[in-house]
Design a protein around this ligand. Structure first.
Ligand code: GLU
Length: 273
């Protein structure tokens, strides 16, 4: 074997070993019992949105992420771990969140995530903590008033990995669909005229309409989007703790006060469990 071949073999072997070691590490971390780890390391790592006003939005002034999902995550962390507990936040998008959970980069997803039967095949969900529904956002004065107006010549903006991207294809089968990476990109695309409407959950669109009053929600909700906290399968003890914490927050008034903080003009719509 000449020197070049040996060198090539050596490097190929190194790459293979690195890949093997890193993938083993990820799987072990995802499988490790979270509740056991929390006894010695009281930090829950939450996957959250960083670009979704009202749920998870990065405040560039404080460098902290803020929103309803963030506050619920902090409150659950305190319920489970007491004063010594810490909530750590890792940015996810609709497209990346399940993979980050599967890899063990995060313990749970609390990121405007709808509980669906398809998703339940790969992750477990907590009880419902927020009831949303899919709607449309358009520029004020638009001729689009509901999904019925989304005809072949209209372009609708959606975010990759969201239920909205799937649902809209059924609700408006003739419309053109343009998929963006995240919600800030999608709203920027709407404002720059790359689409005639944007579609996702009413609560997310509400945050955008608040940010820019030239935009408004139309047509009401055309789906139900119950939000749940996603946790890896095989983490039942942690899931039970999260559900117990949610119940306590709903019964002791914390949930209602956080709801009013972020959605002052809405009434609490989430059913009590
Ligand atoms: N709730 C929907 C979903 O889980 C849309 C919001 C989102 O993209 O996170 O896909």
């Amino acid at each position: 074997m000449n020197r070049h071949k040996k060198k090539f073999l050596f490097f190929s072997l190194m790459i293979l070993m690195t890949f093997f070691v890193s993938s083993c590490g990820e799987n072990n971390y995802a499988k490790e019992d979270i509740l056991t780890r929390l006894e010695s390391e009281p930090t829950i790592v939450w996957g959250v949105k960083n670009d979704t006003k009202l749920f998870g939005l990065m405040n560039v002034g404080t460098n902290k992420v803020e929103g309803f999902d963030i506050d619920i995550a902090k409150a659950i962390t305190k319920e489970i771990l007491g004063g010594k507990g810490r909530a750590e936040f890792v940015e996810v998008t609709s497209k990346t969140r399940i993979q980050l959970l599967k890899n063990g980069n995060i313990d749970a997803i609390i990121a405007t995530m709808t509980i669906t039967d398809d998703r339940k095949k790969i992750v477990d969900f907590s009880d419902v903590y927020f009831d949303a529904g899919q709607s449309l956002l358009v520029k004020k004065g638009s001729s689009i008033k509901s999904v019925k107006d989304l005809k072949a010549q209209t372009t609708v903006l959606v975010v990759k990995g969201s239920t909205s991207a799937v649902n809209i294809r059924k609700a408006a089968p003739d419309a053109k669909i343009l998929e963006l990476e995240n919600y800030s990109e999608a709203f920027t695309a709407l404002k720059s005229g790359q689409g005639d409407a944007m579609t996702t959950d009413n609560a997310i669109l509400l945050g955008m309409a608040e940010e820019d009053p030239d935009y408004t929600l139309v047509g009401g909700n055309f789906t139900d989007e119950p939000y749940g906290i996603a946790i890896n399968k095989g983490q039942k003890p942690f899931l039970t703790k999260v559900n117990e914490a949610l119940k306590t927050l709903k019964s002791n008034g914390t949930y209602d006060s956080l709801y009013k903080k972020w959605f002052p003009s809405e009434t609490t719509t989430t059913k009590e469990d």
